[in-house]
Design a binder for this molecule. Sequence first.
Ligand SMILES: Cc1ncc(COP(=O)(O)O)c(C=O)c1O
Length: 400
Amino acid sequence: MKLSEVKTPVYVIDEKKLRKNCEILADVQKRSGAKILLAQKAYSVYQTYPLIAKYLSGCTASGIFEAKLAHEEFITPEGERRENHVYEPAFKDDEMAEICNICDHVVFNSLRQLEHHRPVWGPKAAAGQLSVGIRINPEFSTDDAHEIYDPCASGSRLGIRKVNLPDKLPEGVEGIHFHNLCEQDFEPLFDTFKKVEKDFASYFPEKEHLYSEGEVPAGNQLKWINLGGGHHITRDDYDREGLIELVKYIKSTYGLEVYLEPGEAIALYAGYLVTTVMDIVETDRKPVLILDTSASCHMPDVIEMPYVPPLKDAEDPGELPYTYRLSSRTCLAGDIIGDYSFEKEKKIGDRLYFEDMAIYSMVKNNTFNGMPLPDIAIMHDKSDVELIREFGYNDFKMRL
Ligand SMILES: Cc1ncc(COP(=O)(O)O)c(C=O)c1O
């Protein structure tokens, strides 16, 4: 099928772009020694996991469902499994045993959770089947942090602050994890790491124990550090050389395994949301295109963040001859995608292509107003499009 023939609304994954992002990440892994994980919260089109698994070291999950998805699907075409990490602010008692069976790294958000679940994870960790970490809060907000995306904002529940931690790592804990970035370049990561290295210095292995075979003193058993997500590594202007140097520094100074768990960077600019103009409504301001997609239902970050998504062949309002407001067929007055201008007047039936729609879209969409969910398709390397998922009335009804 050609892209122009697919029924709308539809999310289309651009396989070529996805592969290119993976190649960049694989190169960073190779040259730095870091292990890069896919944060499934941003992108979970599991039908493409075999492709991604060829390049990355594993997945990270926000809970048992994502962990199960990775366990079932993140397998290379040759049948090789990858690492499966999970972090959640609180784990349910009835999920913990399964989590410890299907994951190899579990990260706890509080010392209470760590101790509460110790009877389940403890024996697995002692048997070397599981590595346990704690999420620390580096208390380092970057300059351009949006408050709702800032885990270090005052009052945050995400990660344990230094003041609430003992000087030495709790027994059995082998890793520390932090996450404080969102769509950032390398510098904020560098600044965060420097703060973590200083504030949590007592957790980092002492140099004399680095390469020794002898006993590691209790509380100094750190084996890995996870630098979280929010790194826009695949963006053209990202300072990848800086990142590679930092990872090499951590590995050579402390002998730690270094994990990065970006979500966006894996599928950045690797998908479109294709929509059709259904009506054109004149208003006391600019004309509004009614589309068969919705910001509120199909791209909620547009409203949550907020941002105006890139649209193919369109410019900012007023730059080209025809300016419109793009909106949806829901009842929500504020369900507005943005204002754009076009070279030609728009007509009913025209198709529009929102770009960068693979991330935080399908994983967040909903059926408010009974809006149909967009289908999902993959555009393969030679531009042929394969429909992989069609949604209908039952997908709306079954959630109620
Ligand atoms: C703990 C954690 N890891 C990784 C990520 C992925 O971040 P991004 O998609 O911005 O790279 C997030 C995003 O919220 C997160 O909370």
